[in-house]
Design a protein around this ligand. Structure first.
Ligand code: GUN
Ligand code: ZN
Length: 450
């Protein structure tokens, strides 16, 4: 039986194409979108089914439907340390807080408890698609995959690989990393989940030998798999990678065949122009992680520079470098960072002197562009935009029913644009009344909104 949602609908068609239907509709059957637009009566007249068989859900004045959020980069095990240890830069943070946390996941009870929590929390915040890093431990990484499946989240899951420059208590041999990855991929493929897929996950070039990167590149190629890692996040880290690999950061991955259309690289804060050109050529995307880039003092990532150069960008929470599991929060912080870049470009800030290399005509991100990053941009980055990311007919119905009047009723009616803007700047998980993945409700209810 088809269900039709009638009311305000918003989504994007590209970075610069925002589309909305004020008195619109989205029709869904068997989890897929079968109709969308403004003219419901006209659409209905072209359908063969009995209109009486339709279930109708009417949205109220301050509600709207939008695509589910995509978190293109999140470390599920680090949910155990979220909000702690935010005062040191990347390499110290990894050694002091993160590696000790991740090493605990050999304890499967602990793993199940935290992984259950992080999937619940991200779904509650509207993340219908997540690309998760797990840990080096194979058994608990499978627990994460099963937990995402059980809760009905669309997810890419990676067994993290690292065989060098890591503490003794949290490192693998090359053979362990490769074998573990092969077994993980085989186990996930056996599950035949339409929602949960494996992704090849070298932690970062710094903690993987050339040989390991190459073997992981070979596995990705052999099975046509997704790939995820980190790139150019922190200046100290970049220097070490350049010294070890005798090439650029992007070059280190490219030599191993790890830069593909199905690859996402988190951060990309300090990429050189030639690295950006290489990413574009390979069709590799960047996941912008504004909260983490600020918390770990990594820098300000210029999304406009990447997009202008033809590199697609999605958004990531990067928990626990990022201190929130909410992509809505990441979206607002992406807007902050973009404004800060404009301020640095245009002002002589007291005490810091004038901008060193002012960019002419820098244009800050609009909230609609940031909304693209959080939805379709992420889906595209993860090469899943044929399935999700917006409300195109034929895609799966991954959606959020948002109500901006949950906490306080606005004192006047709002335009469609204002509804979205208000949600972005003042909203949180309480404003997300229902979350749908492939048409199935994974948070809230489908009942007539009051
Ligand atoms: N680089 C390598 N590992 C990590 C990690 O866990 N978090 C972040 N932000 N960067 C990394
Ligand atoms: Zn990360």
């Amino acid at each position: 039986m088809p269900t039709v949602y009638r009311g305000t609908i918003v989504h994007t068609k590209s970075f610069n194409e925002f589309e909305s239907f004020e008195h619109g509709f989205v029709a869904v059957q068997d989890g897929k979108i079968i109709g969308v637009g403004n003219d419901y009566e006209n659409w209905l007249s072209t359908q063969s089914f009995d209109p009486k068989s339709l279930k109708e859900v009417r949205l109220s004045e301050f509600q709207f439907l939008c695509p589910g959020f995509c978190d293109g980069h999140i470390h599920a095990p680090q949910y155990a340390q979220i909000g702690l240890g935010m005062s040191v830069p990347l390499l110290d943070w990894l050694n002091t807080y993160t590696f000790p946390t991740e090493a605990k996941y050999v304890d499967q009870e602990f793993a199940l408890r935290i992984y259950r929590g992080v999937v619940e929390a991200t779904l509650r915040c509207g993340t219908t698609l997540a690309s998760y890093f797990a840990t080096n431990d194979l058994a608990s990484t499978l627990i994460l995959a099963r937990e995402a499946m059980r809760q009905g989240q669309r997810a890419l899951i990676g067994k993290v690989c690292s065989n060098c420059n890591s503490p003794d208590y949290y490192v693998e041999t090359t053979e362990e990393a490769v074998k573990g990855t092969e077994i993980f991929v085989a186990e996930l493929q056996k599950l035949k989940s339409p929602l949960v897929l494996p992704t090849i996950t070298p932690r970062f070039a710094l903690s993987c030998s050339k040989e390991l990167l190459k073997q992981l590149g070979d596995i990705a190629k052999k099975y046509d798999l997704h790939v995820q890692s980190h790139i150019s996040e922190n200046l100290q880290e970049i220097q070490v990678v350049n010294d070890i690999f005798k090439t650029s950061y992007a070059g280190a991955y490219d030599e191993a065949g790890l830069l593909t259309k199905k690859t996402v690289m988190a951060h990309g804060v300090h990429l050189e122009d030639d690295e950006i050109a290489l990413l574009r050529e390979r069709g590799t995307s960047i996941i912008h992680c504004p909260a983490s880039n600020t918390n770990l003092n990594s820098g300000l990532c210029d999304v406009q520079r990447l997009m202008k150069a033809g590199v697609n960008v999605g958004l990531g929470t990067d928990v626990a470098g990022g201190n929130s599991v909410s992509i809505l929060h990441a979206l607002a912080r992406a807007l902050d960072v973009s404004k800060h870049i404009e301020v640095f470009n245009s002002q002589d800030i007291r005490g810091t002197g004038p901008a060193k290399s002012p960019q002419e005509n820098y244009q800050q991100l609009s909230y609609k562009q940031a909304f693209y990053l959080a939805t379709l941009g992420g889906a595209k980055a993860l090469s899943l935009d044929h399935v999700t990311g917006n409300f195109a007919v034929g895609k799966e119905f991954d959606a959020l029913l948002v109500d901006v009047s949950v906490l306080e009723k606005p004192h006047r009616s709002l335009t469609v644009d204002e509804l979205l803007e208000k949600f972005i700047y003042t909203g949180d998980d309480r404003n997300i009344k229902s979350v749908f993945v492939a048409g199935r409700i994974v948070k809230g209810s489908q009942c007539q909104p009051e």
